[in-house]
Design a protein around this ligand. Structure first.
Ligand code: ADP
Length: 407
C-alpha cells in the first residue's frame, strides 16, 4: 500500500514501488501497520501524506481516506509547520533520526503527550523520499509519573506528620509522667496526715464513752473518712484522665457485692428514714470485674440516692442478667434530675444544686463511676422524669471474657 501510494505521485523522482523501496510484501502490510498501537504517518518529501494508520487517525482525529494525498500541514497542522521545527525539513537536511516529545490536542479535546520518532526512507538509489513518523502516546506514563510524584509528596507529608506525632507523643508522655509524679506526691502528702487523723479518731471513738465528747469524736472520725473518700476519688479521677487508673479484674459475684453494699448502707438509710429494697434473683451469673471498683460504683450510686431522697422515700437496688452483661440499677424516689442536666452529671465537677437545695459533695462521684464502668467495658446512664431517678450500669458477664486470663 505504501509503495502504491508513493507510485501514484506525479513527481517522477518520487515515483517508486514497494519493490523499489526494497519491500517485498506478500501480504497487506497495512494490516500490520493498523494493528500497531503507536500512530504511524508517512509523508513524502513534498509534504504529501502517503499513509496514516488507525492509531494515528484515533490520536489526531484525521480521517485516513480524506488525508491521503493531502499536504501534512493542511490536514494536521502544528505550530512548527513551515518553520525550522518541521521534522521533514530537519530530516531532509541532515538525514538523521529525530525523537521528541510533543503535546497535541486530541479530537475529544484532551491533550495527548506523545514521543514522536521520525526517520527517513530512502529509495534504493539512495534518494531521500519520505519520512516515517511514529507517535507513541505516553499520556498514561505521564499520568502515572504525576501520580507517583503526588504519592511521593503525600508520603513525605505523612512522614512529616508521623514525626510530629512522635514528637508530640514524647512531649505528652513527659507531661503525663510529670503529672503522675505530681499526683503521687500530693496523694502522699494528703494521705499521711489523714491516716494519722483516722487512726487517732478511731481510738478516741473507742476510748471516749461520755457524751457530748463521744459525739464530737465520731464527727471527727466521719469527717476524716469522708475526706479520705473524696481525696481517693480526686486522685482516681486524675489518674484515670492520664490513663493510669488500672483495674484488677477477675470473676466477681454480683449477689455478694450487692448484699455487702446494701448491708453497708442499711444503718444510714434507716437513719435517713429511707426504705432500701433489694431486687435481684439468687442465680445471677458471675461477672468480670474489679470487686473493689464495682463496690465503689454501687456505693456511689446508692450513697447519692440516699443523699438526694428525702425522708419516707425508697431506694430499689436491682440487678438482672441481660444479653452479655449484668444490668445494675439504683432507683430512688428523690428530687430527680432535670432533663437538660442529665447529660452533664457524669462530667467531673458538674455538680447540680437540684431545686436550689444545698448539698455537700464535689461532683466527682459520677464522673469516677463512669470512668470505672467504661474501664470495665460497660455503660452507665441516668433516667429521670421529674421525680425520682434511675441510675443504671452494665458489667460484662464472665462468660463474655473467656479469653482473658484470671488474675
Ligand atoms: P456529688 O458529690 O455532688 O454527689 P456526683 O458526681 O455523685 O457528685 O453527682 C453529680 C450531681 O448529679 C449531683 O451534684 C446531683 O446534682 C446529681 N445527682 C446524682 N445522683 C443523683 C440522684 N440520685 N438524684 C438526683 N440528683 C442526683
Amino acid at each position: 500500500m505504501v509503495g502504491d501510494l508513493l507510485a501514484d505521485q506525479s513527481d517522477t523522482q518520487a515515483r517508486m514501488t514497494a519493490s523499489d523501496l526494497g519491500l517485498a510484501f506478500s501480504f497487506d502490510s497495512s494490516q500490520i501497520l493498523d494493528g500497531l498501537t503507536d500512530g504511524l504517518r508517512i509523508i513524502d518529501r513534498d509534504y504529501t501524506v502517503c499513509f496514516i494508520n488507525k492509531a494515528f487517525a484515533r490520536l489526531s482525529g484525521v480521517n485516513p481516506e480524506s488525508a491521503i494525498g493531502k499536504k501534512c500541514f493542511d490536514i494536521y497542522p502544528s505550530s512548527f509547520c513551515h518553520g525550522p521545527g518541521c521534522r521533514l525539513k530537519k530530516i531532509a537536511s541532515n538525514t538523521g533520526c529525530i525523537q521528541e516529545e510533543i503535546e497535541r490536542q486530541k479530537p475529544d479535546g484532551t491533550v495527548a503527550t506523545c514521543i514522536v520518532s521520525a526517520f527517513p526512507l530512502f529509495a534504493p538509489s539512495g534518494t531521500f523520499c519520505a519520512i516515517v513518523e511514529s507517535f507513541c502516546d505516553i499520556m498514561k506514563e505521564r499520568q502515572l509519573e504525576r501520580e507517583i510524584e503526588q504519592s511521593q509528596v503525600a508520603e513525605d507529608k505523612l512522614k512529616e506528620l508521623l514525626e510530629q506525632e512522635v514528637d508530640l507523643r514524647r512531649k505528652l508522655e513527659a507531661t503525663l509522667s510529670e503529672r503522675a509524679e505530681f499526683i503521687r506526691i500530693i496523694a502522699h502528702e494528703l494521705r499521711t496526715p489523714l491516716t494519722a487523723m483516722l487512726a487517732a479518731s478511731d481510738i478516741l471513738c473507742d476510748g471516749i464513752t461520755s457524751e457530748p465528747m463521744q459525739k464530737l469524736a465520731k464527727q471527727v472520725n466521719k469527717g476524716a473518712l469522708d475526706l479520705s473518700t473524696r481525696i481517693n476519688e480526686l486522685f482516681d479521677l486524675a489518674k484515670g484522665e492520664i490513663g493510669m487508673l488500672k483495674l484488677r479484674c477477675q470473676e466477681v459475684f454480683p449477689n455478694r457485692i450487692l448484699a455487702g453494699t446494701l448491708a453497708y448502707f442499711a444503718a444510714e438509710a434507716k437513719q435517713a428514714g429511707i426504705k432500701l429494697i433489694p431486687d435481684w434473683p439468687d442465680d445471677l451469673p458471675s461477672a468480670w470485674g474489679d470487686h473493689r471498683r464495682v463496690t465503689e460504683i454501687l456505693n456511689n450510686l446508692i450513697g447519692n440516692a440516699i443523699k438526694y431522697t428525702g425522708e419516707n422515700g425508697q431506694i430499689t437496688v436491682r440487678a438482672r442478667s441481660k444479653d452479655n452483661h449484668i444490668l445494675f440499677s439504683v432507683e430512688d424516689t428523690g428530687c430527680g434530675i432535670p432533663p437538660e442536666k442529665q447529660s452533664q452529671i457524669f462530667q467531673a465537677h458538674r455538680r447540680l444544686n437540684a431545686q436550689g437545695e444545698k448539698r455537700d459533695g464535689m461532683g466527682l462521684g459520677l464522673a469516677l463511676s463512669k470512668m470505672l464502668v467504661e474501664l470495665h467495658g460497660g455503660q452507665i446512664w441516668a433516667e429521670s422524669e421529674g421525680k425520682g431517678s434511675i441510675f443504671s450500669f452494665t458489667l460484662p458477664l464472665l462468660s463474655n471474657q473467656k479469653d482473658v486470663p484470671l488474675w
